[in-house]
Every structure is written in C-alpha cells, then in structure tokens.
Design a protein around this ligand. Structure first.
Ligand SMILES: Cc1cc2nc3c(=O)[nH]c(=O)nc-3n(C[C@H](O)[C@H](O)[C@H](O)COP(=O)(O)OP(=O)(O)OC[C@H]3O[C@@H](n4cnc5c(N)ncnc54)[C@H](O)[C@@H]3O)c2cc1C
Ligand code: SF4
Length: 553
C-alpha cells in the first residue's frame, strides 16, 4: 500500500482471521452473483495470513455447507474427523474418564485443524474472488468524519523508541471506506477504542476472557491416534477459584496439539497459566502422550468468554464488528471459529444490502443485528447466555447453576447473571486466601527443556520478533500508580500472567523494585491489556509484520 495517498474502497476489513476472511469471501461472492463491482480490501498485521491466528482447533463443520456450498469438505484443509472423544477429570496423579460429556462438549463428527492453515486456504479463495489482501500492515485506529467511522489509518513506521521520526519514517496509510468491518479477534486494539468512543457496550456485561497457552508436538507413532480428542478438567486448576481445563488433539503425521485454557477471573496474583500448563504436562496421562516427542511450535492467545450478554452493539454508521472482537464465541463448547464465519456471512449480507441501497447508516447496518437474531449463531449463544458467569464463583456452584440453565433454556433460576472485570478480581499478594502459585507447585517448576519449557524457550518456538526501533507497544497507563498498586500491592502480576516473559520485576541490590519490559517477546495474546490491575496496561499495535510467526497453530 502506498503511504502518501489516501486509498478509497467500498469495504475495508481489519483482520485476516476466519471472521474477516469469511466476510470477504461471502461479500465478494454475493456481489459477483449480482453483477456488482465493488472494491474490498482486507488488512492483516501478521507477516502472512495465519501467522497471528491461534486456536485449538476442533471445528464444528456445519457452517461450511452454507459458507462454501460448492466445496467438497474433503478439499478443506481439515486435519482429521473426530472419532474418539473423551472428557477426563484429573487428580494430581490419576485420571477418570467421565461417563458422559459436559453439555455442549460432544465432538464426534467435528474436525480438527490448524487455524493458520485454514486461514491460508480461505485467503486464496478470497483473492480468487477479487479481494485485495495486504499482510504486514498494522491498523492503528479508525478515522472519523463528522463523528462517524470513515475508514482506518495504519501505523506510522520509522519512529525511534522515544517517538522521534527517523530517516526511514513513513506515515501510515489512510484507507477511506464506505463500510469498515473490524475482525481483529480477541480484545481488538482498534475495536476497543471504537467501542469506547461510540459507547457500543452500554448496558452490556463486562467482557471477560481466558488465556489459552498452546504447544504443537511431534510424537512417536502410537502415542495418540489422529482424530482423538481429550479434554481435561481438574488438576492443576483449583475447582473453587480457577475456571478452565486442558485440550489434547491427536493430528495426522503423529502430531499433537495441546494446551491449557484458564479464565482470567482468577484471584491469585502469582497465578501463571504458562507454568500451569508445564505442570499439567507432567501429569502421567499427558506426559505419556508426549513421551519421546518434541515440541514444534508454541503460542498463546486470549478468548472472549463473556457470551451473549457481553456482546457489544456490533454495528454503527459505516461500521460492523465480527468474530471474537464482537464476542462471537461459545465458551461452553470452547468454539468460536464457526461463529466467526457465520458472523462474517451475516455482516456481508448486511453490507450488500447497504451498498445496493447506497445507505451505510447505522439504521441500514442494523440489518446485521436482525439477521443475527434469526441465525443459528444467536440460538447457540442465547442458549448458553449465562454459562460462563455461573462459574465465576467456582466449579461446584457453577455446575449447579448450569444444571438449572439446561432445563430452563439458559435462563437458570437467577435470570441474567453479571460479570466482574478480569482486571478487578485479583486479591493482594499478602492475602491469606490462597497458597501462592510457587508454593502450590513446589518441585514442579523446574523445566527440563524436554517435556517442560520456561517461557523464553517457548517464545523461541513462536518465532516472535519485533523491530526494536519503535515506541514500546506496551504502555503503562499510569507509571506512578503502577509502582504503588501493581508492584507493591499485587507483586507484579504481569510477570506471572504474561506467557512470553515480556514483563520482569527487577529488584536491585538496595531492594528497589522496577518493571522491565521485553516487548520483543510479545506473542500478541492481549492478556496484559485485560488482566493488569490498577490503572492497567494498554496493548498498542506494533509495526505490521511484528509478532509471532505461527505456521501450524
Ligand atoms: C487456545 C484456544 C483454543 C481454541 N480452540 C477452539 C476450538 O477448538 N474450536 C473453535 O471453534 N474455536 C476455538 N478457539 C476460538 C477461535 O480460535 C476464535 O473464536 C476464532 O479464531 C476467532 O476468529 P476471528 O477471525 O474473530 O479472530 P482471529 O482468529 O483472532 O483473527 C484476527 C486477525 O486479525 C488480525 N488483527 C488484529 N488486530 C489487527 C490490527 N489492528 N491490524 C491488522 N490486523 C489485525 C490478527 O493478527 C488476526 O490474524 C480457540 C481459541 C484459543 C485461543
Ligand atoms: S506482553 Fe501482553 S500481549 Fe504480549 S505476550 Fe505478554 S501478556 Fe501477551
């Protein structure tokens, strides 16, 4: 893209994950059928499509019949059809296969896949339909005209870490669009600003998140069959205060995708999801599957878990929001890809109607909401509308509440349940309400770099990279407050929760404590933007092309 001119397009999509690509494909296909010639541009911050997407992933494939009706399911780069599907409860040394799946967790007939590969495939289809895809460009903000979204601006480059323009300075590109569609995925950095500016979340529950830490392994033949799906509950998480569990998906060519997903509403400021995953891998059930194998890729990402009541208004004048950015994810199923695709299709249908009428006003694009209310996505999300909130007070109480929701169509006995912001759930470090993480897992936090890895070693397997000559993309919203609250009161929870060792609590000889930020390690999971207490941290988009370089996630 040329940085000097203003580019004009009919539709601009920010983000090349499943939601953005589905929007582009469906829109381009439908416009072509109607003989309409409209320009569609998609911008992705990863150096290539799929390099910043990370998922489990087991996909519910039904949506593909309507999304790609002319494509044979065999031609989609899924890995394996799920034929073995078990949920296990782990204790520290043992496991028990549950005689039934928790509701919504049946996966027989679904397909495992690498979302990176799936997105590459979808990008080829989009391009074959005339969509212009630009990778390696980071969208920093939307532009407004008369208070209405009118397009985007990409990030200026060639700026040193003090913010001074260097010789190679290039101003970001402005792209003006009749319709801008935000498909940034979880905790979108532009989406967050737009939601705030336009008050799109007024009346909504707080969006809450979990963090998923994932590794891809190659293991000896026979350790696990392709098409096998295990989900684990219990160890190493505490049922009263930590929501989440593990996933292990057997893939073709003796590969295994595995990870631990933990709700960010936990209370112990020393809790560390990455380290908890390393502890989980030492459990005999998991370590047996990995025995003799080796790691190939590592990554981490958050998931929006708030569900239906946390979804913002996902349309405004000239604007729509799709996929994870709008909260299209069913936590009870650990699934969002099919909803990301469906939301993209619904937004595309609303966009076509608006473009044909020449009316991209809020009222016109509210058609997206109407289509949503008539969709399968709505039915799925509405039925599970109180699911995640039930578990914020522990698994036992949550299980009981969930049981009542199942027989009342999702309402439960208490009606709409609220959520607390993830950044406000931590207890002070000196609270006696929990055993600190390092004590809980004493003896299990020495990582051997064969089965278990420290964060820096794992980051190596994410291939994360950032240009060092740029302003730090991680900004303390109030440094003074950070020292007093985050360091003194909570003991620097960022050093614990960041899965990539970006944050380090440095203590000098005199005992003075200070935060050091190793921004180059960042894998763009967005946890710090969500979980940091006090005044918090803002995750700004770094230069386009920076970040992880996933190929099989
Ligand atoms: C650990 C884990 C396991 C999961 N397991 C499953 C599963 O088994 N099944 C399932 O269905 N779902 C699963 N999900 C959820 C699923 O991956 C998401 O719901 C889905 O990827 C959402 O698609 P999306 O297009 O909205 O966002 P994403 O896939 O996150 O794509 C967003 C894209 O936008 C780009 N982007 C973001 N900001 C900008 C910007 N400012 N400028 C330019 N580009 C930008 C990103 O780089 C990225 O490529 C899992 C998620 C995680 C984290
Ligand atoms: S710095 Fe923030 S976004 Fe980057 S890896 Fe750490 S927690 Fe995730």
């Amino acid at each position: 893209m040329d940085s000097t001119d203003v580019i004009a397009t009919d539709v601009l999509i920010v983000g090349g994950g499943p939601s953005g690509l589905a929007t582009a494909i469906h829109l381009a296909g439908s416009l072509k059928k109607r003989g309409l010639d409209k320009r569609i541009i998609l911008i992705e911050k990863g150096s290539s499509i799929g390099s910043h997407t990370l998922s489990g992933a087991v996909i519910d494939p039904k949506i593909f019949k309507t999304f790609l009706p002319d494509v044979d399911i065999e031609d989609i780069p899924f890995d394996s059809e799920v034929t073995v599907d078990q949920t296990l409860f782990l204790t520290e040394a043992g496991e028990k296969v549950l005689p039934f799946h928790p509701p919504y967790m049946n996966n027989i007939g679904n397909y495992s896949t690498s979302i990176s590969k799936l997105c590459q495939y979808l990008a080829e289809i989009a391009q074959s339909r005339g969509v212009e895809i630009y990778t390696g460009f980071a969208v920093e903000d939307v532009i407004y005209k008369e208070g209405k979204v009118a397009g985007i601006k990409t990030k200026d480059t060639g700026v040193d870490h003090h913010g001074n323009k260097m010789k190679n300075y290039q101003e970001g590109t402005v792209v003006e669009a009749a319709i801008t569609i935000l498909a940034e995925g979880t905790r979108g950095s532009v989406t967050k600003k737009v939601i705030d500016a336009l008050h799109l979340d007024s009346g909504c529950n707080e969006q809450i998140y979990s963090l998923g830490v994932k590794e891809l392994w190659s293991v000896p033949e026979g350790n696990i069959e392709a098409g096998t799906v295990y989900h684990t509950m219990g160890y190493p998480l505490q049922s009263g205060s930590e929501f989440g569990g593990g996933f292990i998906y057997g893939l073709k060519d003796n590969k295994v995708a595995l990870g631990l997903v933990v709700g960010l509403d936990y209370r112990d400021p020393s809790f560390d999801v990455h380290a908890a995953m390393q502890v989980w891998k030492q459990h005999p059930f998991v370590s047996k599957i990995l025995e003799g194998g080796s790691i190939e890729e590592f990554g981490a990402k958050t998931l929006p878990e708030g569900g239906y009541y946390a979804m913002p208004r996902f349309y405004d004048d000239n604007l729509m929001i799709v996929g994870d950015s709008a909260g299209f994810l069913t936590t009870a199923r650990l699934k969002g890809i099919h909803l990301a695709i469906e939301s993209g299709m619904l937004a595309a249908n609303a966009a076509i109607k608006a473009l044909v009428k020449g009316d991209t006003s809020e009222e016109s694009l509210s058609h997206y909401r109407k289509l949503f209310e008539e969709s399968n996505a709505y039915e799925e999300l509405y039925r599970a509308r109180n699911f995640r909130q039930s578990f914020s007070k522990g698994m036992v109480l949550g299980g009981l509440q969930f049981a009542t929701q199942l027989v009342t169509g999702g309402a439960g006995l208490l009606g709409r349940l609220k959520t607390e912001k993830d950044s406000e759930t931590l207890l002070p470090l000196d609270s006696r309400a929990f055993t600190p993480f390092k004590e809980r897992f004493a003896g299990k936090l020495e990582f051997d770099k064969k089965l278990t890895f420290d964060k820096v070693t794992d980051v190596y397997y994410s291939k994360a990279n950032h240009d060092e000559e740029q302003p730090c993309h991680l900004v303390l919203n109030n440094p003074e407050n950070y020292q007093r609250v985050n360091i003194e009161k909570y003991g620097c929870p960022e050093a614990a929760f960041c899965p990539a060792e970006v944050y380090e609590l440095h203590i000098d000889k005199e005992g003075n404590k200070a935060l050091r930020i190793h921004a180059e390690n960042c894998v763009h999971c967005k946890t710090c933007d969500i979980k940091s207490p006090g005044a918090g941290i803002t995750w700004n988009v770094p230069y386009g092309g920076d970040g992880p370089d996933y190929t099989q996630m």
